[in-house]
Design a protein around this ligand. Sequence first.
Ligand SMILES: Nc1nc2c(ncn2[C@@H]2O[C@H](COP(=O)(O)OP(=O)(O)OP(=O)(O)O)[C@@H](O)[C@H]2O)c(=O)[nH]1
Ligand SMILES: [Zn+2]
Length: 352
Amino acid sequence: MTSRFLSLADLGWTPYFASQFTPSASSDERAVRVMAVHRGHVTIAGEDIDTTIQSHLPGAPGEEDRPTVGDWLVIERTSLRPVRLLKRSSLFKRRAAGTGRELQLIAANVDTLFVVTSCNRDFNPARLERYLVLASEAGVMPVVVLTKADLADDVADYAKAARRLLSGLVVETLDARDPDAAAVLAAWCGKGQTVALLGSSGVGKSTLVNSLSGGDALTGAVRRGDTKGRHTTTGRSLHRLEQGGWLLDTPGMRELQLADVQEGLDEVFNDIAALAGECRFSDCAHDSEPGCAIKEALENGSLEPERLARWLKLAAEDAHNRASLAERRSRERAFSKMARSVIRGKNTRTER
Ligand SMILES: Nc1nc2c(ncn2[C@@H]2O[C@H](COP(=O)(O)OP(=O)(O)OP(=O)(O)O)[C@@H](O)[C@H]2O)c(=O)[nH]1
Ligand SMILES: [Zn+2]
């Protein structure tokens, strides 16, 4: 799908970006949107421009200063050289495993994240909360999309269970195969709006994308479980939706991890975070400490034990992933040393 003849507004330009850069025909600079990222290059689109340029940004050494898909980039009008990135409205990123722990930028300026699950066994509060944390950390509004509503008798119960996870959470139920599914999600897919999808395999993401794109050739671009050719692809990662919005589809979305998501956890579990702030001890482990507000809430029934358990699990996973590989290695070394000494009977620790 060509982006020629699109206006900046069509491409997602909003007052937020306009406040950072005033496009004018007389200026030496112009704003373009990053449609895809390749090694050393980016494919860009703007008013009457649609091309691939080298992506090096001068004098921008920060980890987040590299252009990623969805970014707004200011470039020189004639040389097409990148000048600067506009401040993002949202950013999905992940820290690579390994000693360098390189920060990988996955997508910028996504407006809405469709968290997709189905009205069947895939429905799992812990999984939904994990996606909600990722959305919150990125600064993106989540919309829970419950597919396969046509196959369930208790659709309202699923929707209710999802809504209970976060106050004000928007939940939509639909049959992803139905062309009317696009109408249900129209509010987030209109002109210039950017959406992305997250959900486990088989919940209906590709089906939904097909419905949102009016059933045209877009699904071919939405590679399903295909990791081959990821580095060689020259295809775009931003796909035009029938209603004028953009679907941001990049394999990186599927590799998002729960790491360094403290803010997201605090937002999605704001009830528990607030309680934890009321514990008598600031380092309360919510176990057997006196004056524990979480324990009290469990006892008086205002906090579900399942929700607390899910929070503890996600927080532990976040902490684990945050620890660098080097730390993990040193912990493993310490552990195997201890294991060896136990085997040799040299463990002098006393059992409790
Ligand atoms: N009845 C019904 N079937 C659906 C619905 N959504 C998806 N399906 C079917 O479920 C199967 C899986 O759908 P996909 O769209 O491939 O799921 P996906 O999330 O893209 O899966 P991955 O590509 O593995 O990530 C297909 O056979 C779809 O036709 C729905 O709302 N109702
Ligand atoms: Zn406590």
